[in-house]
Write a protein of this length. Sequence first.
Length: 102
Amino acid sequence: MAMYGVTRALYEVKERLPKLQQWVRSELREKGFVEVGHEWFKRTAESRALSEREWPSIRAKLDELSLMDGPGLDESESDSDDDEEDGEDDDDDLDLVMKDYM
């Protein structure tokens, strides 16, 4: 049941992300910055702390269920899209703003 909750949360984030990205891009174009409140920073910090605290047990469950193909990610590896070069400068600005969101 816990895996269902995690999966559902990931789908919700995936659905909200394009709308958030559009808003951030429009704010950057109009103002040159994105204004957020203290609550946003608080939620971001809490989410990150929860993720870091729970990741080992989530990873262990995934490995146990053999849902992952191949070896696990090491500290030196990442899930970033650094290999993709699409030449969109707007995405670079967005990445800087969004790095703490996810």
